[in-house]
Design a binder for this molecule. Structure first.
Ligand code: CMC
Length: 447
């Protein structure tokens, strides 16, 4: 494939790519984004040529145009709506960042106040919904509960099941989702650990209320330090969006069928659960704990990774090929938080040792594998007191605004169509059906 340019035309339409196919050449438009990323627009390819493109894992496929988040993986840049993640992590709050992601602008103070009030209004669960928790087995995974309960939320808000939403109804739906997800998560934790649930406290801020529901007990009210609140807020901001990752693409995919926002976000939770995505934060801590207990040394672990016996969780990223800016901020946040504790966390030292070995090893250098957001986030969550089984739930709480923002953007995208990829079929050609008594080939033994 070759590209040609005509400087006199606007950036988005001035260039075309020429695709040479057997017996023909096709001109395809080149699309240029605001940060100069370029794409070949293949929307007309199949109609023009009969060809489709094949890209398992979608490494080279843009599924949409989006105004929400920009990532430059080579330079380690992450921006929400044009604002550097470093600035947002240092100067914003999670609630403000959520409004920025969903509406595109940093909100006025009165909008933040109104949204905070709406979040408070939505903290409680319908009593019937609370009763749903009784139906889960005592050791059910909180991610399964979270996904099921978010979907169930839709049953209690039929007025929001129509995907035809405006900014006002989005405000309402976002408050329900962001607020109830905290209550659901804390209730899931309390119930699976055999404790009495703590009801939300409307006098508390978003993060403080969540910490209260998680850690207060009937005989002792939990009072977090300002450093714990700051670390949690930063954790949530850093997880709030990450453009077309697996779970966000899932939300968009489900939403493209015009499924409602609760069903779409609930599907996002399921996609996040896997250990290659949000589930990596649990896997990292389990690995560090094993090393700490004397299982294996960091050196041995790195050797095993090189022998492809397993993956170093919290390392590598599809997009970041230099460093993950979120990991840098979280590493510092982990240090700051642990400095306020009476005892250091040995897992942070082990993480550093592991990272140092990996970062000087050819295997990792050649493949551009660096610590990602999940490498340090678990250490922060541990320092806050969040149990490992809840780590991916915490990631979900952070990602809710991003999922909603993408769902809403998709809904208002004039180019929106149901997501329906194609495939290259590699199964058998047409065969004659053989009745069961006449079959000679050995059928697969399944039991
Ligand atoms: N440890 C060891 N080797 C790795 C790792 C790792 N964590 N990640 C990739 N590689 C190797 C992989 O074996 C392959 O080597 P080779 O070329 O010899 O076959 C090469 O690097 C490319 O790997 P890939 O699987 O093609 O890369 P990918 O872009 O498909 O996968 C990833 C990205 C994040 C799934 C992967 O790096 C990984 O599994 N990391 C560990 C899980 C993890 O930490 N996930 C959290 C990602 S950040 C949170 C989020 O946004 O989801």
């Amino acid at each position: 494939m070759s590209t040609s340019t005509s400087a006199s035309q606007p950036a988005t339409s001035s260039k075309t790519a020429t695709l040479k196919l057997p017996g023909e050449e096709i001109e395809l438009p080149i699309i240029t984004g605001t940060e100069d990323e370029q794409a070949i627009d293949i929307q007309a390819l199949r109609d023009q040529s009969g060809f489709i493109t094949l890209d398992p894992g979608y490494s080279n496929t843009g599924a949409c145009e989006s105004k929400i988040t920009f990532i430059d993986g080579e330079k380690g840049i992450l921006r929400y709506r044009g604002y550097d993640i470093e600035d947002l992590a240092a100067k914003s709050t999670f609630v403000e960042t959520a409004l920025l992601l969903m509406y595109g602008e940093l909100p006025a103070g009165e909008t933040v106040t109104r949204f905070r009030e709406k979040l408070t209004d939505q903290q409680l669960l319908h009593e019937n919904m609370r009763n749903h928790f009784e139906g889960f087995p005592p050791h059910g995974h909180p991610m399964a509960m979270l996904s099921a309960m978010i979907n169930a939320c839709g049953c209690y808000h039929p007025e929001l099941l129509d995907p035809d939403m405006d900014d006002q109804s989005l405000f309402h739906a976002a408050a329900i989702l962001m607020s109830k997800v905290c209550t659901i998560a804390a209730f899931a934790y309390k119930m699976t650990s055999g404790q009495r649930v703590e009801y939300p406290d409307p006098s508390l801020s978003y993060c403080r209320n969540f910490l209260h529901m998680m850690f207060s007990k009937p005989h002792r009210r939990y009072e977090p330090t300002p450093q714990v609140v700051k670390a949690l807020s930063r954790f949530l901001i850093l997880h709030a969006d990450h453009e077309q990752n697996c779970s966000t693409s899932t939300v968009r995919m489900v939403g493209s069928s015009r499924a409602n926002v609760f069903a779409s976000v609930s599907a996002g939770v399921c996609a996040l659960w896997g250990p290659l995505h949000g589930g990596a934060n649990m896997a990292v801590i389990e690995m560090l704990e094993q090393i700490h207990k004397g299982g294996e040394s960091p050196k041995t672990i790195v050797e095993k990774v090189k022998q492809k016996k397993f993956r170093l969780m919290g390392f590598g990223h599809r997009v970041y090929k230099n460093f993950d800016p979120r990991a840098k901020i979280l590493e510092q946040t982990a240090r700051d938080l642990l400095a306020t504790k009476s005892e250091p966390d040995p897992l942070l030292d082990i993480a550093h040792e592991l990272a140092e070995i990996a970062l000087t090893d050819d295997y990792f250098l050649q493949r551009k594998l660096y610590p990602n957001v999940d490498f340090y986030s678990g250490i922060i969550l541990r320092a806050i007191g969040i149990p490992v089984s809840m780590f991916t739930v915490m990631f979900s709480i952070g990602r809710i605004p991003g999922w909603i923002a993408h769902w809403y953007e998709l809904y208002h995208d004039p180019q929106r169509r149901i997501c329906r990829p194609r495939q290259i079929y590699t199964g058998p050609r047409r065969r004659e059906f053989v009745p069961v008594d006449e079959r000679r080939t050995a059928a697969p033994k399944v039991c």
